[in-house]
Design a protein. Sequence first.
Length: 331
Amino acid sequence: MLANYQAYEVGKERRAGHLRLLQFDIDASEVSVNTYSPALGDHNANEYDTSRNRDYLPAADEFRVPVDLASRSTSFGTDAVGLAIRTDRVIGVDRVASGGQATTTWSGLEPDGHYAWYARSADDFGGRSESAVFNFTTGADEGAEPQPPAFIAQPSDRTVRVGETATFTARVSGGELAYQWRSRNDTRRWGDVAGEVRRSLSVTPRNRRYSGTAYRLVLSNAAGSVASEVALLTVTKARSRVEATLNKPRIRAGERTRVIVRVTAPGPQPTGQVRVRVNRRSVAVRRLDDGRVSVQLARVRRGEHTVRAVYLGSTNAARSSSPPMTLRVTR
């Protein structure tokens, strides 16, 4: 991707001003690269290369490369979201010298409560400032019976692709809670999910066998226990990516070339078959071996031909195709 046009000249002055343009085609999973000079309004950078003995190919300034944008995914999960609104309610006032430490007492707080505070300072000359907002939670009343566990918001169903992360979470209430996530698959027997003793649960399925798994959260404390509603996990096929190259993109009439194909996807190594097309016509179908396959093309007539590799998909990976490649056959 890197290029250096500093030595290119216009009238023996280094002011060509060429730069690289990267144009992303998400549907085709490729990046088109070309060179352009805003100062000259010209794409043909090679015309301004005055250096001698440089093995320069104009094709180096205009080409396409595959890029994986579709299979990348980002997820975010959290147990809760809090919003602190600054009010003018005064907790206490203290007067101290510059650099001193102010203190106050906040009384009348409820047990098992969540509170936020901030400090506002002012001097005799009109200067004012405010601190950030700080949070704290009060402890339980040791002499009182804990509040029974309850669900404010139930965990909901999730749908992800193979290799993506599904996060189940719930909003709850109750004092001194213990958490335990449980799961059930086609055995119809509930079992504890080992180590999952928090309010949220994250699952990254490596194959579609996880699809249909049910999850629920069990809350318990001294006042009793309660289970959430059932949340289902649905797992669809992972997005696959096909990388294909021609070992010789330019050949003479009568010669043959080879298509080298690599298929990747989140989760297990993709299996299945790859179809190779030349000018939209199927010319070969081969089975992947360790995610790769190599196909030798039959001889084709002179001219330009469009070659594409199509992955036919599998149980865990979806169908996809490579960006088109150009095969040039000369005399």
